[in-house]
Design a protein around this ligand. Structure first.
Ligand code: ATP
Ligand code: MG
Length: 167
């Protein structure tokens, strides 16, 4: 299995640098045919992680939040597979993902917000969930105010990353 057993499960990632480093490690182990579903709220660190993965895979950057395109292909600079970065947020269904005609077998595919969409596209995939550690402290934002405390927490605060093999 390309992603090491020791990288599976839940871990705490304290800093953006540590998130990037996790991406580097994952990127170095991902192989053509691997598909990763990435889920997490705004600012969770999805792009930071994906940037690390791209660097670990030695593909051409820059990796960005795929906001304006449905899929962006980053070719390898080292003779390896390309990284295809998909934003499934605006895709309505698994069918539309299929319509993008991605060379899944010949690429490493990262699908943001792709949960429930990749079933059928591949037999198995990796699911990476990112979250803020202090979920319960978002009470102030739920009340409609954005406190300084929240801002500081978001600036440099631990994230929880859970990696699982699916289905
Ligand atoms: N432990 C951490 N891990 C990752 N990022 C962190 C951490 N602590 C703070 N950050 C900051 O949180 C932000 C994460 O931004 P990033 O663009 O990676 O998130 P995202 O999930 O892609 O967001 P969006 O959904 O808006 O695209 C960065 O500014 C980063 O510096
Ligand atoms: Mg992003």
């Amino acid at each position: 299995m390309p992603i090491a057993e020791t990288d599976l499960g839940m871990r705490r990632i304290d800093t953006p640098d540590a998130m990037h480093a996790l991406g580097l490690r994952l990127g170095a182990s991902l192989r053509a045919g691997d598909l990763v579903v990435l889920t997490g709220p705004l600012g969770a660190g999805k792009t930071t992680l994906t940037r690390g993965i791209g660097e670990g895979m030695q593909v051409r950057g820059p990796v960005q939040s795929p906001t304006f395109v449905l899929a962006r292909t980053h070719p390898s600079l080292a003779g390896g597979p390309p990284l295809v970065h998909v934003d499934a947020y605006r895709l309505g269904s698994a069918l539309e993902l299929d319509d993008l005609d991605i060379d899944v077998d010949g690429s490493v595919v990262i699908v943001e917000w792709g949960r429930d969409m990749v079933d059928g596209l591949v037999d198995s995939w990796w699911e990476v969930e990112l979250d803020r550690e202090w979920h319960g402290r978002g009470v102030d934002t739920a009340c409609g105010t954005y406190s300084r405390a929240t801002e500081q927490l978001d600036a440099d605060s631990p994230r929880v990353v859970t990696i699982t093999r699916r289905p």
